[in-house]
Design a binder for this molecule. Structure first.
Ligand code: ZN
Length: 181
């Protein structure tokens, strides 16, 4: 299961959907999370949300240091207690080639479940808080463009157009030549 899982790129509509809560904590969920961790590692990302692999469920994985010991899975996360501001450069595995300065809360609390359904709670600042907020946005169909300033939008306009064109080319129905009699 999930052998064919791959990271999808904007403007795939699955990236823009509100994802549904996970209701069943079964082996498939564990398999999906492990597969997502592998994809995140291979892409050298620090986080990956289920919608980015075409699964519209509320789950994300993080690997903030590249060290497997620091990898975590969050199921049905809720972010609260946002405090302070931080600004930093962000990219997204579903927006190849695009980076932008994004303002996030400096400190946030997360309440979630692990793969067995046990509750997790944690408070973090800075880098980890930023990763949580980025991945959490994916579960609500929000991408960097929804958080970018006008200058970043203008600066990334061409790359976004290129991504749109690539998606169109990959997904357009192959035109069947008209039969002529
Ligand atoms: Zn992302």
């Amino acid at each position: 299961m999930f052998e064919d899982l791959k990271i999808i790129s904007w403007p795939d509509p699955r990236l823009l959907k509100l994802s549904s809560p996970v209701e069943t904590f079964n082996d498939d969920l564990g398999t999906l999370a492990m597969r997502m961790i592998e994809l995140m590692r291979a892409a050298k990302g620090v986080g990956l949300a289920a919608p980015q692999v075409g699964q519209n469920i509320r789950l994300f994985v993080i690997g903030p240091t590249g060290n497997p010991e620091d990898e975590r899975v969050y199921v049905n996360p809720v972010i609260s207690d946002l405090a302070g501001d931080q600004e930093g450069e962000e990219g997204c595995l579903s927006l190849p080639g695009i980076t932008a300065k994004i303002v996030r809360a400096d400190s946030v609390k997360i309440d979630a479940h692990d793969l067995s359904g046990r509750p997790i709670q944690d408070v973090q600042t800075q880098y980890l808080a930023r990763i949580w907020q980025h991945e959490f946005d994916h579960l609500n169909g929000k991408l960097l463009m929804d958080r970018m300033g006008t200058l970043s939008k203008l600066g990334n306009r061409k790359k976004l157009r290129d991504l749109e064109a690539e998606y169109k080319e990959a997904h357009e129905k192959k035109k069947v030549p008209a039969l002529r009699f």
